[in-house]
Design a protein around this ligand. Sequence first.
Ligand SMILES: [Zn+2]
Length: 276
Amino acid sequence: MDGIIVNTNVVLQDTNEPSFWFIFKGNKMLVREVGHELMVPMILNPKDINIKPTRFHNLGVLHGRPCYAVDIPESFSPPPDFSFQGLWFIYDYLDDELFNMAIKAKQIIIWDRTSIFCSRCGAKTKDKEKERAKECPDCGFVMFPRISPAIIVLVEKEDKVLLARAVRFKENIYSVLAGFVEPGETLEEAVEREVEEEVGIKIKDIRYFGSQPWPFPDSLMIAFIAKYKSGRIRINRNEIVDAGWFSYDNLPDIPSNISIARRMIDWFIQRHRGKK
Ligand SMILES: [Zn+2]
């Protein structure tokens, strides 16, 4: 692998089988176009498609193949039958495990780009041996990839679900409520606070639903189901444009299937459709 400066804790697997290469230029990932499909490039060496990365990261093994993340400069033009695409666009073409690996690749690359200098003293950091971290040679500060936990919650009131249109939504879609966890909070406290702050109601019976890594930029969405307890909807206009209770057979426009929000709403629909 001449021309590649290997991250100190990275060893290329000794294999004659192609590996998955998650190659990022800015926020977009390189994909191979095969007919109407998009695929993660499977190659032995990035040199095969004329890429000479300066840094790459070992992501582990998926579907029996080693996986690597690579960051390349803006000046690179993709070879024929390859293009750079945003993760939203790629989602429909990859299985869930490959898509989550692409998210992992992107989160690690963004962390790599933004931790070149020590956030305590400003000196240039070095890769730490034997773990994914950077260490400051001057002050000893260690920087790990950062994950920002965010909660997302579906609130039920009898056979209806609480959906809101957030100020930040570009389109006219309604979804469940979400927000970042604050320092010192439990996840349950964050769920109660977000619902009360955004729509002014109290909830009860908070239960875990599932989770999803979210690469915009470094979140982990932790999803909950809860039941309505008390209060009337009072919208926080800084965050929410509109909110209401909706039955499964009379829903507004809801998010695409990329998100855990959609999985939760689909769960609600299935549950109530089944009762009829
Ligand atoms: Zn330092």
